[in-house]
Write a protein that binds this ligand. Sequence first.
Ligand SMILES: [Mg+2]
Length: 256
Amino acid sequence: VGTVSVLIILLAGCGAREHDPAADPMLKAVLWQQAAGESRALQHQAYRLARMRLDDLLAEGRFVRKPAVVVDIDETVLDNSPYQARLIRTGTHYPEGWAEWCARAEAEPVPGALDFLSYCRKKGVVVFYVSNRRESTREGTVKNLADHQFPFADNPHVLLRGENTTKEMYRQKIHETHEILLLIGDNLNDFSAHFYEKPAGSRNSAVDSLAREFGNRFILLPNPMYGDWEGAVLNYYWNRSREELDQTLLNALTDY
Ligand SMILES: [Mg+2]
C-alpha cells in the first residue's frame, strides 16, 4: 500500500496541473467571437462596406482584366469558434484536433459572407478563397463551403497552403489574370506581404502607412481568438512552454 501511495503522490506531482476551462486565457476572446452581438455586428459591417466598395469599383470600371475578390476562409467566411471552444473545454492547443474539425465540414458561415459573395457572383465578379489551411484539408474545406452554397466553392478557386506556397504568391498569380478589386480577411497577412513575420511594432507602423487601404481595398474582420498578431507579440518564437508563452504575452501588455 505504501509503495502505491508514494507512486500516486509522485504521479500527481509530476503531472500537469489540472486544466480549469474557466481560467483559460482564451475564454473571453472565444466567447466574444462566438456570443457577442458586437462581433456579429462588425462582421455584418465589414461585408456591408465590402458591398459598397464593390459597387463603387464596378461603377468606376477602371479595369481590363476580369474582376475578382480574394477572401480568406477561417474567421472570414467560415466560423471556427466551436473548434476554439473545444480547445478551452479540453485544455488542448492548436493544431490538436484541427484536421478533424476541417474534415467534419461543419463550420457555419460568418454573418454577411454568404450574401456578399453571392452578390459578387451575380455582378460577374469571381471569388478566390486563399487560405492557410493545408492542402490535406481540401476535401472537407471545399465540401464545407459548397454545402453552404458559397459561390466558386471548387478546386480551382479554393487555394490552400502547399509545401512552398504563400498567400502573396497566390495573390500575384490571381493578379496575372484578374483585377483584384478587394481583399477580405481577419489577418493582416490576408492583405499584403508587408506584414509577413514583422515584429508587432513594425506591423503597427505598416498598418499606419497603409491606413487608406482599410475600408478601401482591404476589408478587415474581427478575430481576437488567434492570428499573426499573437505571433508578432511572441516574436514568432512559439517553440517554448505554455507558461513561457503566457508570461511573454503578459509582459507585452502596456501599463501606465
Ligand atoms: Mg483567417
